[in-house]
Write a protein that binds this ligand. Structure first.
Ligand code: SAM
Ligand code: SF4
Length: 344
């Protein structure tokens, strides 16, 4: 069934509209499947990575992003894998910043594990990046090492300092893990809010084969929220990002707390985003297998006409919603690819 088309502002005839009338204004781009961490819920320890030749070059990534911007995308998020480990990644930020300067793009941002932030924060800010997301699940260095397998919390902390010193607004992303960091959530909130950073809690999603039993890690955020509500005053915020996040302000800390509950379906009708992998596959929905190949049209000609057509055709296939299930009857992941491939 077709939805009621969303009215577009004047002059937005370039907008990409999907079959349900949703305007696609947000592109998340995974620039690499590689990472210097091996978080237990994200990757297996012996991940096999893609051969380099399959990856889009930085120039190809720029061409695809710029085509989306011409077609009405207003926000780009660079992610991965760990985006800041890709060689010469700052050249992509530098070139994409021209769309901020021209006013064609509202926001260029990044999701990172923070390990390389200390050396890149200044330049990100110089490229017009205003806000970044940094993923931290614990403030305990040993636990951090256990969760990320290879990560060093002190490096991430140095990255946070550098980011804040460069004037970047930081949001912390924390995956809520049963029996792992559930006892630390209040500490994390008070730490983040005390440093002027918002914090968003994320439910574990069933993506990709990993060694761990995901059902054992799954901690419903409804439970966490009920516990927090007993301790703090949570004021609901009307703010919506077109994604699966809901926000509250905690009166006692003054900071913002988000809840990302991708397992529920209540956000699909306002979904404004699509995801590009580092090999040029465009996923129209995080929870579905269907993807369109944008690498072939980008490599087929220097002219962008075929690429533009491929994007419009792909958006016309965007599904109404996803179908994640995590329970004991479904022991396999709902979607076979890892988050590091599709981009978080
Ligand atoms: N490496 C960067 C980082 O960790 O921020 C960017 C990519 S990472 C895939 C993006 C986000 O996805 C991180 O916040 C991470 O915690 C989250 N993530 C990874 N696997 C997940 C899963 N199975 N369920 C929920 N969130 C996941
Ligand atoms: Fe790497 Fe981010 Fe996945 Fe952790 S969550 S393994 S940092 S891509």
């Amino acid at each position: 069934m077709r939805g009621t088309p969303i009215p577009m502002p004047p002059g937005s005839d370039r907008a990409l509209l999907d079959p349900f009338g949703r305007a696609i204004t947000y592109l998340r781009v995974s620039v690499t499947d590689r990472c210097d961490f091996r978080c237990v819920y994200c990757m297996s320890e012996d991940m096999a990575f893609l051969p380099k030749r399959d990856l889009l070059t930085l120039e190809e990534l720029d061409r695809i992003c710029s085509t989306f911007v011409r077609q009405g995308v207003r926000k780009l998020r660079i992610t991965g894998g760990e985006p800041l480990v890709r060689r010469d990644i700052m050249s992509l930020f530098r070139s994409l910043s021209r769309h901020l300067a021209s006013g064609a793009l509202d926001e260029l941002t990044v999701t990172t594990n923070g390990s390389q932030l200390a050396r890149h924060a200044q330049e990100l800010a110089a490229c017009g990046v205003k806000r970044i997301n940094v993923s931290i699940d614990t403030l305990d260095a040993d636990k951090f090492r256990r969760i990320t397998r290879w990560g060093d919390l002190s490096k991430v902390m140095a990255g946070l300092d550098a980011a804040q010193a460069a004037g970047l607004k930081v949001k912390i992303n924390t995956v809520a893990l049963k029996g792992v960091n559930e006892d630390e959530i209040e500490t994390l909130i008070e730490w983040a809010h005390g440093r002027g950073m918002d914090l968003t809690l994320i439910e574990v999603m069933p993506l990709g084969e990993i060694e761990e039993q995901r059902i054992d890690q799954f901690l419903p955020l409804s439970t966490v929220r009920a516990r927090l509500a007993a301790r703090y005053t949570l004021d609901d915020l009307a703010e919506r990002t077109g994604g699966p996040a809901r926000y509250v302000r905690i009166r006692e800390t003054g900071g913002k707390l988000g809840f990302i509950t991708p397992m529920t379906h209540n956000f699909c009708e306002s979904c404004n985003r699509v995801r590009l992998t580092c090999t040029g596959q465009l996923f129209m929905c995080l929870g579905q297998e269907d993807a369109a190949d944008l690498r072939a049209p980008v490599r087929a000609s220097e002219d962008d006409a075929a690429l533009e057509r491929a994007i419009v055709d792909a958006i016309a296939r965007k599904p109404k919603g996803h179908d994640f299930i995590i329970d004991r009857r479904h022991s396999r992941p709902a979607v076979g690819r890892h988050m590091s491939m599709t981009g978080g």
